[in-house]
Design a binder for this molecule. Structure first.
Ligand code: CIR
Length: 257
């Protein structure tokens, strides 16, 4: 069974962390409808969706991707880079314990799941404002026994590594070359975002299906032109909180708890 762990939108979403965006009013009702539609697409793509409850005092809790990095062998619970987000991990660790051995990134290390991109046994980690070298060392220690290699990537101009690059198949990346160096990912194949759509590098992959924002039609056309099947979702309200599509779920294979 493929499981997608998601988390409800907090009533406090308007007080979310923002790094590269100006604060704009967010319509909670629309954001919730968009989140429901996103979960529906995950279901269509074959995931069983398990939604955790939101917390009133955790504005960013919908962005569950940042709280854990899930491998077949282990779930690594992060220590988010933003202090306001550290309380989000406890409920996720408790939920993950039903599916995986759980290990924790310990202080003073910080890492957001949005900075970790796994392609086969290669784990790319963005060194960003949220993720530091101490966390990367701890991740290396947790993953070495399972044969993963960790590759550090500098991220500039965006929040997370996965704002700049995501995997759309086992050997193809969708990438914004302005924010990360394409050479770091060779020999993988790359599809570049349309230059007018810098935020368009974030796609959710579920098997052969992609879930992708309606906001980037020209990049979407590039994906479809390369034979990808794309389900589009409108996540414009969630994007005002500096979230994209990968950040709203943790997708992994699991047997029923
Ligand atoms: C934050 O700044 O932490 C949230 N407002 C957005 C997090 C988005 N996470 C992600 O893309 N992985």
């Amino acid at each position: 069974m493929r499981l997608a762990l998601t988390r409800d939108i907090s009533p406090a979403l308007a007080r979310c962390e923002l790094t590269h965006l100006e604060r704009e009013p967010i319509d909670l009702e629309i954001a919730r409808r968009q989140h429901d539609a996103y979960e529906h697409q995950l279901t269509i793509a074959g995931c069983s969706v398990v939604r955790l409850a939101a917390e009133d005092e955790m504005p960013d809790s919908v962005f569950i991707e940042d709280t854990a990095v899930v491998f077949d062998e282990v779930a690594v619970i992060t220590r988010p880079g933003a202090g306001s987000r550290r309380g989000e991990t406890a409920a996720v660790a408790a939920a993950m314990a039903a599916y995986r051995p759980v290990v924790h990134i310990e202080a003073p290390a910080t890492i957001d799941g949005g900075d970790v991109l796994t392609v086969g046994r290669r784990v790319f980690v963005g060194e960003s404002t949220r993720t530091n070298a101490a966390a990367i060392s701890q991740l290396v220690r947790h993953l070495a026994p399972s044969g993963y290699t960790v590759h550090i990537v500098s991220v500039r101009g965006c929040l997370h590594l996965k704002s700049a690059v995501t995997a759309v198949s086992d050997d193809t990346l969708l990438i914004n070359p302005e924010w990360v160096e394409v050479e770091r990912f060779l020999p993988l194949t790359v599809i570049e975002v349309h230059p007018a759509e810098p935020y368009g590098a974030n796609a959710v992959r579920v098997g052969a299906a992609l879930i992708y924002p309606t906001a980037f039609p020209r990049t979407c056309a590039r994906l479809e032109g390369r034979g990808f099947s794309v389900a589009q979702v409108d996540v414009t309200e969630i994007a005002k909180a500096e979230g994209a599509v990968t950040c709203c779920s943790l997708i992994f294979c699991a047997s029923a708890p």
